[in-house]
Design a protein around this ligand. Structure first.
Ligand code: FMN
Length: 361
């Protein structure tokens, strides 16, 4: 995929981005956030993103407050490293009391902010009254925010969508209610629940919500490149952008956007070899953190990294079946050696084609 170069930042956008992002009284020295992604943004993934974006806000995977109430012990997906800051723990549920209790656990674990998920489209969540179904029950959503704000002394934030369906787009009224209830920041994914992850994110709704609120509004949806991030910030007037699917197999994205917003310069994108080296680190770190379960989880990550070079499709097929750390490491190291060999051959025989491995496969 060829991405367009970003336009230079307008002076008004530069002025807006020159100050830290203030979430209540908590300040973040980056306007680019890594989204919560269930099954992805565990402690290991966040460590990789932080290599390139050390100042950005990150989120845990969403945690079920009812589960926390009954189990009374922190699940691994709520675990945060004492050194990782800034960090938010994301919770979902429909019960204000359970969410308040879960938020207190999140703060005890070290969360700088607590985020409430009001956007998840998955049936299993919405049929129990959580996630995006709260868009249809704004009075409950409001009660949740009030209850959590009362329970903790860190900022409470909300992540939601523009509405349930095209016939029920209520982003502006809903966002205002969240702000009035005490939310200190709102992240808006520019799709309806009915859209799932399909179709374009409608950034125009993010612009409308930004105009209606005084708390920071973070734009989310279709931020797959630096160019898209800049275009979205210009179009919406949002206070920051949140990267999501663009980071799958690409933990470099948040740092790339952050670097451009701070310096006006494009960071050199990673070569396929560098991406594979990152895939190997990811696999090793997941193994150390989760053992065999980590290897199973690493399969999808490794296939996301293996893109954009000759032989990538075959490699993905093999990586998807990996059973042990050694198997995965061996496959990746062989692919790296092959790419390095191809580079050397091309350098000596075809000096005018400097990066032949950038072939979309
Ligand atoms: C695999 C996957 C897992 C997700 N998990 C969460 C989650 O736990 N909490 C949440 O608020 N959103 C979650 N989302 C939604 C994303 O954070 C984001 O809002 C959405 O993908 C839109 O951004 P994009 O178009 O840039 O991907 C998830 C999305 C995907 C694809």
């Amino acid at each position: 995929m060829v991405s367009l170069p970003p336009s230079p930042l307008s002076t008004s956008l530069q002025a807006r981005l020159a100050t830290p992002l203030s979430i209540g009284d908590f300040q973040v020295n980056s306007r680019v956030l890594q989204s919560p992604l269930s099954g992805v943004t565990d402690l290991v993934f966040r460590q990789l993103v932080r290599r390139y974006a050390p100042n950005s806000m990150m989120y845990t995977e969403m945690v079920n407050a009812t589960g926390l109430h009954y189990v009374k012990q922190l699940p691994k997906l709520m675990e945060i490293d004492p050194n990782e800051r800034p960090i938010s723990i994301q919770l979902f549920d429909c019960r204000p009391d359970f969410l308040a209790e879960a938020a207190q656990m999140a703060v005890a674990e070290g969360a700088d902010t607590v985020d409430i998920n009001m956007g998840c489209p998955v049936n299993k969540i919405t049929k129990n009254g959580g996630g995006s179904s709260l868009l249809r029950q704004p009075e409950i959503a409001e009660a949740i925010v009030r209850s959590v704000v009362q329970a903790v002394n860190v900022p409470v934030t909300v992540k939601t969508r523009i509405g349930w369906s095209d016939k029920e787009i209520n982003a502006v009224e809903f966002a205002r209610r969240m702000q009035d209830a005490g939310a200190q920041m709102l992240t808006l994914h520019g799709r309806t629940r009915a859209q799932g992850y399909n179709g374009a994110a409608r950034w125009e709704w993010i612009a409308r919500v930004k105009q209606a609120l005084t708390i920071p509004v973070i734009a989310n949806g279709d931020i797959f490149s630096v160019e898209a991030a800049v275009r979205c910030l210009e179009m919406t007037g949002a206070d920051g952008v949140m990267c999501s699917r663009g980071t799958l197999g690409y933990p470099f994205l948040v740092g790339e956007v952050d670097h451009f917003l701070k310096t006006g310069e494009l960071r050199q994108p990673p070569t396929p070899i560098e991406r594979l080296q990152c895939a190997k680190d990811h696999l090793q770190m997941l193994w150390e953190y989760k053992g065999d379960r980590g290897i199973r989880q690493a399969r999808k990550h490794m296939t996301w990294y293996a893109k954009g070079f000759m032989g990538a499709a075959d490699l993905r097929g093999q990586l998807a079946l990996v059973e042990t750390l050694d198997q995965g490491v061996t496959l990746i190291e062989k692919a790296i050696a092959q790419l390095a060999q191809d580079d050397r051959t091309t350098e000596t025989s075809l000096p005018q084609l400097s990066s032949p491995q950038f072939v979309e496969v």
